[in-house]
Design a protein around this ligand. Structure first.
Ligand code: ADP
Ligand code: MG
Length: 238
């Protein structure tokens, strides 16, 4: 687990500034949700945290280590995307263990870690199946397993539920929240769905046009929105 600290980060693509300078602290073990309309810069923010896009300016710290210029693989974080493609030709066991194998871990250690991760996500009964023989929810859990097996210091998730049908999405929200309570890893979770944000977050970051509008716990956002945009976005009375 680690504290994440973002200091004066901004992002431009050519003349287009997609993130105005912002600073943000994510507490150790916190579940922080970034929410806002499509195109407001949520994915860009997450990619910068992950090291998949360079920031135009500013600094990022994970724990007490500056990671601003580190490659994604050196940041000790795991990412779960919307298109969580599993390897179709590999079993669940091989899918979950794949990243560890790439790191050169021994087969015995990989198996032990895969077992633990699979139990945590209740996919331990399916370890020998291929992805095509799993339900959507089981596949999503395997994708999460692939992330937690690495025992990262932080999780970044970009709309991980948006490919699921409405009923499964609601179910997986609860599963991800429960997983977070069990594992306790600092998590930054992106969604455009305000209900998802309000039900899952310790604190919510409301974004609009590349700018943070308010950062607060769900009940505070609801009772004391800082501006009209926040109020109408989360559907608060005022
Ligand atoms: P969100 O995830 O909130 O929907 P994004 O972070 O994907 O928003 O995009 C924010 C803005 O940045 C959008 O206007 C998008 O078109 C622009 N953008 C994203 N990636 C690039 C890129 N590689 N080049 C130019 N513009 C980009
Ligand atoms: Mg996005």
């Amino acid at each position: 687990m680690a504290h994440i600290s973002i200091k004066d980060v901004s992002k431009s693509y050519g003349a287009l500034q997609v993130l105005k300078p912002f600073s943000l602290e994510v507490e150790d073990g916190e579940f922080l949700v970034l929410v806002g309309p499509s195109g407001c810069g949520k994915s860009t923010m997450l990619k910068i945290l992950a090291g998949l896009e360079p920031a135009s300016d500013g600094q990022i710290f994970i724990g007490d280590r500056e990671v601003t210029d580190l490659a994604p693989g050196d940041r000790d974080i795991a990412m779960v995307f919307q298109n969580y493609a599993l390897y179709p030709h590999l079993t669940v066991r091989q899918n979950i263990g794949f990243g560890l194998k790439m790191r050169g871990m021994s087969a015995t250690d990989i198996e032990a870690r895969v077992q633990t991760a699979a139990k945590t996500l209740a996919v331990d009964a399916y370890l020998d199946r291929k992805p095509k023989d799993l339900s959507g929810g089981q596949r999503q859990r395997v994708a999460l397993g692939r992330a937690i097996v690495r025992e990262p210091r932080a999780f970044l998730m970009d709309e991980p539920l948006s490919n699921l049908d409405a009923k499964l999405r609601v179910h997986m929200r609860a599963e991800i929240s429960a997983l977070h309570k069990r594992v306790g890893v600092t998590t930054v979770y992106v969604t455009h769905d305000q209900v998802e944000a309000m039900t899952m977050a310790d604190r919510v970051v409301i974004m609009r046009n590349g700018e943070i509008q308010q950062i607060a716990a769900p009940d505070v956002l609801f009772q004391r929105p800082d501006n009209l945009f926040v109020a109408s976005f989360i559907g608060s009375p005022g």
